[in-house]
Design a protein around this ligand. Sequence first.
Ligand SMILES: Cc1cc2nc3c(=O)[nH]c(=O)nc-3n(C[C@H](O)[C@H](O)[C@H](O)COP(=O)(O)O)c2cc1C
Length: 218
Amino acid sequence: MTIKEAMKERHMVRKYTDKEIQEDLVLKLNEIIEQNNKKYNLSIKLMLNNDKAVNCIIKLLLAKGVKNYIILAGNESDNLAELLGYSSADIMLYAQTLGLNTWYVGGTFNRGVSKYVPDKRVIGIVAVGYGINNGIPHKSKAIEEVSNYDGNIPNWFKEGVEASLLAPTALNKQDYKIIGKGNKVKIEINNGIFTGANKGLIKYHFELGAGKDNFEWK
Ligand SMILES: Cc1cc2nc3c(=O)[nH]c(=O)nc-3n(C[C@H](O)[C@H](O)[C@H](O)COP(=O)(O)O)c2cc1C
């Protein structure tokens, strides 16, 4: 499975089997995490066999078997959440190509996990493992609802917006607008505390669909 194919296969999975993540896959996950940490100066961390990711209520109501997760952390800065959102997309889609499922949790995670990344800001976690199923596609808005292009819409723009609609967003709101003119593209978004993370996730998906060489972010 390619990363592009993984965009279509990835869906939120909150319930996991007991199966341990294979050792070679753990190495691969740590590699991609390290790559992202180096590239963007982040402190993302994989936790294995640790059941502290989500709190009791969530465990009781929604989740099951979450024992492996990725802490999204870094040094406080204006664009930390966007960088972590962007990197989380890279990691989640890669995990999908390895046959793993994921779940981005930006609200209802256990803040206590911060102790595993001392002095860093944590914006959320991504649960990872073998899901009891592969999840289902989220309800999606139409291309016209989330985008606007000045003039004849080029194919790359359409494919970018289509890809953006596959991205996870908080509460699946898809509350953003991708604006294009010539080869310049910008994202307008305001989702309160989730703005940065959502923006990073959408950017990553748009780039994958549109092809980075076809446009520039404004
Ligand atoms: C920034 C962000 C925060 C999220 N926070 C939570 C959360 O607190 N609890 C939860 O159950 N899901 C959370 N999610 C998961 C979304 O509800 C889910 O990704 C969305 O419904 C789209 O579904 P999909 O992941 O299958 O595409 C969050 C997702 C994002 C991107």
